[in-house]
Design a protein around this ligand. Structure first.
Ligand code: FES
Length: 152
């Protein structure tokens, strides 16, 4: 028999499924890759026009994204977007990951209501910022020490 918490969770899921796709509900209720990464090779932080911020950390091996994690103070659809973007980025080359657009994230999520579509853009933009950071540090490795100092 399920606990009252599980029943409550199920109720929320059923309510959410009236508005959102199955993928959005799953990724917002059980986000993947949530948290920071020790010794990340790339870091991105972007604040969207709505005021929500996303942080993303990358581990890169041989030009491929070996791991990607994120944190956000945004809403459920922002969580779902960060979760999906990090899943999409893992295992991709940097060039492929750079091409992960808002549209691709929206497709992978099975769409978002119009008023939430900017959440997918925030996630795609944060991934691009983290890749950019990786490339800058690779070219100028001394910047890594500075970034550590300022709290990356
Ligand atoms: Fe602000 Fe989703 S509501 S990014």
């Amino acid at each position: 028999m399920s606990s009252s918490w599980e029943q409550f969770e199920e109720l929320i899921k059923q309510e959410m499924k009236r508005i959102y796709s199955e993928a959005v509900v799953e990724h917002s209720m059980n986000p993947k890759n949530l948290g920071d990464l020790e010794d990340a090779d790339g870091f991105g932080r972007v604040t969207g026009p709505c005021g929500d911020t996303m942080h993303m950390w990358l581990k890169v091996k041989d030009g491929t994204i070996a791991n990607a994690t994120f944190l956000t103070d945004g809403c459920g659809t922002t969580l779902a977007s960060g979760s999906m973007v990090t899943e999409m980025a893992k295992g991709k080359s940097l060039a492929e990951a750079q091409r992960i657009s808002q549209e691709k994230v929206l497709n992978a999520l099975g769409g978002l209501p119009e008023e939430s579509q900017h959440c997918a853009l925030l996630a795609a933009d944060t991934l691009k910022a983290a890749i950019r950071d990786y490339l800058i540090v690779k070219k100028e490795p001394w910047k890594k020490a500075y970034q550590k100092y300022i709290g990356h």
